[in-house]
Design a binder for this molecule. Structure first.
Ligand SMILES: [Zn+2]
Length: 240
């Protein structure tokens, strides 16, 4: 299911614990099954994570805050302003409020970048993260339609290393985070193609190809600065 759908959770009141708190200026609601993870553990993570994300990328895009439904095990899934998640996946899912729920790709097949950017942000704190090889070519896609299956797990590993290659091209992790902040500030709720990002503006077509940004999609035609012209508003209509 597309990650920008809404979250609606119905459960008997006696079976759940609900806690609400304002964290870093964000109204947070945490619902946990009785006997499940303690909401306090979620708040403890958010006390550090929300300020970090807001400083790095920008204010949480959801004006009504964040709703989390905790699960004892497993991973998680993001929705607009909420997530069903384990404590282990909580930070990953909250990052998706930025990439996956507000800054989104124009096509479903390009949405692998949601995971790539998300994983890169976490993994790149380790300077040992290796950029994708220059020879890397890929047909990574997310899906062909809103109900299509076939999510590609290469988005998490190879995808993160594609973003690391972009970061190396930009000069540093800080420069890459600044790029993400700029993309988020200018493209939230305005679905774009990967190569409309500022990272490709002013760069050569070869470097865009090297980064793998157009993997799985039709290569852009035209001169190297095609991406910048698309970003300035001469692109085609949105398809999602
Ligand atoms: Zn994810």
């Amino acid at each position: 299911m597309a990650s920008y759908t809404i979250l609606f959770h119905l459960a008997p009141a006696a079976d759940v614990t609900v806690a609400e708190r304002r964290v870093a200026g964000v109204d947070v609601r945490v619902l946990s099954p009785v006997g499940g993870p303690a909401p306090e553990e979620a708040f403890a993570q958010l006390e550090g994570w929300l300020p970090e994300l807001q400083a790095a990328v920008g204010p949480l895009p959801m004006p009504r805050g964040l709703s989390l439904v905790l699960t004892p095990t497993g991973g998680g899934m993001e929705y607009y302003g909420g997530s069903i998640t384990s404590l282990r996946a909580l930070q990953h899912e909250v990052f998706h409020m930025y990439w996956g729920c507000s800054t989104v790709m124009r096509t479903y097949r390009d949405s692998w970048l949601d995971e790539a950017v998300n994983m890169w942000y976490a993994l790149s704190k380790d300077p040992a993260l290796a950029p994708i090889e220059q020879s890397f070519r890929s047909d990574i896609v997310s899906a062909r339609s809103p109900i299509g299956t076939g999510f590609d797990r290469r988005a998490y590993d190879e995808g993160a290393r594609v973003v690391e290659a972009i970061a190396r091209d930009l000069g540093s992790r800080d420069a890459a985070v600044a790029w993400l902040r700029q993309v988020h500030a200018t493209r939230s709720f305005a679905p774009s193609r990967p190569w409309t990002s500022p990272a490709s503006c002013g760069r050569t077509a070869a470097s865009t190809s090297r980064s793998g940004c157009s993997a799985g999609s039709t290569r852009p035609r035209g001169p190297p600065r095609w991406a910048c012209r698309r970003a300035s508003g001469t692109g085609s209509t949105r398809s999602t």
